[in-house]
Design a protein around this ligand. Structure first.
Ligand SMILES: [Zn+2]
Length: 474
C-alpha cells in the first residue's frame, strides 16, 4: 500500500508543474530597460521558523546568506493571510478564508477543503498562489499528508530540484517559487528534515551562481514559524457543548457554531450568528490550553482570557488603544510602562502604530495589537466571529490527521515560536526584525514598481473590498 502511494506520489510529482509561463501572462519581472540586471530567485519555504534558520546560519550551514531577519507575520500565523499580506504589493487579492477550508458567511456553508486542492482552477487560479512562477502540484501537496514524512521529504526534494532547474531555464529576471513541503515536514517530524532541505538550498546557491552567466541573488523567506514541542488537543468542544452551543456545518439558530477543523493548528476559527460572539468567547476564555480569545464588537476587537479582558481599538490616525477592563490578557503592562515613560502613551491608553511596534516586536506576543486588529479586518474575505490563540503546546483541528500521525510542531497562535518567520538574502543584510508587509519593500529597489494588476485582480480586488468591513477601506 505504501509502495503504491510512493509510486503515485512520484508519478504526480513528475507531472509538469502547474505554474508555468503560459498560465502567468504577466508574472512580476524586472524593468527590461534597466542595464546590467541580475536575476533574483525569491523562494518561500513554508513554515520554517526564524529560530531554526538563525541557528543554522550561526553554525555556518547557510554560508552564502547574510544573517536572517525575524519576520512577524499575521495572526492567525497561517499561510493564506500571511502570504496575502506579504504579496499585496504584487496584487495578491484577499484570501476567501484563513485556510483552504473555510466558512463562506454569504452562502452560510463551509467550502474548500481536502478535495478542493485537487483542482488547480479552484486552488491556485485567481488567488495569491498564482503569483508564484513555481507552485507545487496541488495533488502532490495533498498526498504528502497521506504518506507521513516520506511523502513530504520526497516531494520537498523533487520540488526543490525543479525550482532550481526551472529558475535557470526561465527568462524571468525575478522568479518567485513556493515550497510547501517544509511545513508538512515540521508538522510531522519537527526540524530534522527541514534542516536537510535548507542545507540543500544553502549548497545550491553557490552552484546557481557559478553556472549563471550573470549575477544571481537568492532571497529566502517563510510565511510563519512552527513551534516544536509536545502537543495536546485543547478541550474546547466539550466546553462549547457544556455552554449549550451546538457544532454545525451551517448557522440556523443562535446556539449554532461552525468550527473550522482543518490541519492541526495553534489557532481555532469559529463562526456564529451576529450578536453571539461575546457569549461564545466567555465560554472559551478559561478552557485549558486557551491563550487568548478575540472577537469583533462594534468598533472594537475584544481580547480575553482567564487573566482578564481588554478592548482594542484602532484610530483613523493609525493609533492603537489598549483599554484593560480587567487584568491584562495580552501581558502588555511592561510595554505600557515603557511607552508612558517615553511620553508616547496618551491618557486613554493609545499610542502610534510605530511606537507599539518598537515596544512589542520582541514580546511574547509580537506586535499583538496590530495583528489582532487585522485578523478581523484585512486579508480574509470571510472573517471569523471568534478566533482562539492557543497556548504553546495545545492545538485544535482535524480528527483524521490526528489518526494519521503524531503532531510534532505547529503554528497559528499569537506567540513568537509559531509567529516568527524569517527573511534572508545573499545580496545584503536586512533589518533584524520586520513585518510581513515590509518584505517587498526590501526587494522593490531592485525589482522596480509592482506590475500593473491583471484583469482578474482588477475585478476581484474591488469586490473583496466591498465585502470586507468598512475599516479596510482606509
Ligand atoms: Zn502548517
Amino acid at each position: 500500500m505504501r509502495t503504491a502511494g510512493v509510486v503515485l506520489l512520484l508519478a504526480v510529482a513528475l507531472l509538469p508543474p502547474p505554474a508555468e509561463a503560459a498560465v502567468h501572462p504577466s508574472p512580476p519581472t524586472l524593468d527590461p530597460t534597466r542595464p546590467a540586471q541580475k536575476r533574483i530567485l525569491v523562494l518561500c519555504v513554508d513554515g520554517v521558523s526564524y529560530s531554526l534558520v538563525e541557528e543554522m546560519h550561526r553554525r555556518g550551514e547557510l554560508p552564502h546568506f547574510y544573517p536572517p531577519a525575524k519576520l512577524v507575520v499575521t495572526f492567525p500565523s497561517l499561510t493564506d493571510p500571511s502570504l496575502v499580506e506579504i504579496l499585496v504589493p504584487l496584487g495578491a487579492p484577499p484570501s476567501e478564508g484563513y485556510e483552504d477550508y473555510y466558512f463562506d458567511t454569504d452562502q452560510n456553508r463551509t467550502r474548500g477543503g481536502f478535495f478542493h486542492r485537487f483542482s488547480r482552477a479552484r486552488y491556485i487560479e485567481g488567488t495569491f498562489r498564482e503569483l508564484f512562477h513555481y507552485h507545487p502540484h496541488p495533488v502532490v501537496m495533498t498526498l504528502e499528508y497521506g504518506l507521513p514524512v516520506v511523502g513530504s521529504w520526497l516531494a520537498g526534494h523533487i520540488n526543490l530540484g525543479r525550482i532550481l532547474h526551472e529558475f535557470q531555464g526561465s527568462p524571468a529576471s525575478l522568479y518567485l517559487a513556493y515550497l510547501d513541503s517544509t511545513d508538512s515536514l515540521a508538522h510531522l517530524s519537527g526540524v530534522r528534515f527541514q534542516r536537510g532541505l535548507l542545507k540543500r538550498i544553502g549548497r545550491s546557491v553557490a552552484r546557481l551562481r557559478r553556472r549563471a552567466p550573470g549575477p544571481v541573488e537568492v532571497f529566502l523567506f517563510s510565511d510563519h514559524g512552527n513551534g516544536v514541542q509536545k502537543y495536546r488537543r485543547a478541550p474546547i468542544v466539550p466546553a462549547l457543548r457544556r455552554a449549550g452551543f451546538r457544532l454545525k456545518k451551517t448557522l440556523a439558530g443562535p446556539r449554532d457554531v461552525v468550527l473550522i477543523r482543518y490541519g492541526l493548528l495553534g489557532s481555532a476559527l469559529l463562526y456564529t450568528q451576529p450578536g453571539v460572539e461575546a457569549e461564545l468567547a466567555e465560554a472559551l476564555r478559561s478552557v485549558e490550553g486557551v491563550g487568548v480569545v478575540a472577537y469583533r464588537d462594534a468598533a472594537a476587537t475584544m481580547v480575553l482570557n482567564a487573566s482578564g479582558r481588554a478592548r482594542l481599538q484602532r484610530r483613523p490616525n493609525d493609533h492603537y488603544c489598549y483599554h484593560r477592563e480587567s487584568g491584562d490578557p495580552l501581558a502588555l503592562e511592561p510595554a505600557l510602562v515603557e511607552l508612558d515613560s517615553q511620553g508616547r502613551l496618551s491618557l486613554d491608553g493609545c499610542a502610534a502604530d510605530r511606537d507599539w511596534w518598537r515596544a512589542t516586536r520582541q514580546h511574547l506576543y509580537p506586535d499583538a495589537l496590530r495583528r489582532l486588529w487585522f485578523a478581523f479586518e484585512k486579508h480574509v474575505v470571510h472573517p471569523a466571529s471568534v478566533i482562539i490563540s492557543f497556548q504553546d503546546g495545545y492545538y485544535e483541528g482535524s480528527r483524521v490527521l490526528d489518526a494519521l500521525a503524531a503532531l510534532r510542531a505547529t503554528h497559528g497562535n499569537l506567540g513568537s515560536a509559531q509567529s516568527l518567520a524569517f527573511a534572508m538574502s545573499t545580496e545584503g543584510p536586512l533589518p533584524p526584525i520586520l513585518r510581513g508587509e515590509e518584505v517587498w519593500s526590501w526587494l522593490e529597489p531592485q525589482v522596480g514598481p509592482p506590475p500593473a494588476p491583471r484583469l482578474w485582480q482588477r475585478i476581484l480586488l474591488p469586490l473583496a473590498a466591498v465585502s470586507l468591513p468598512a475599516a479596510v477601506a482606509e
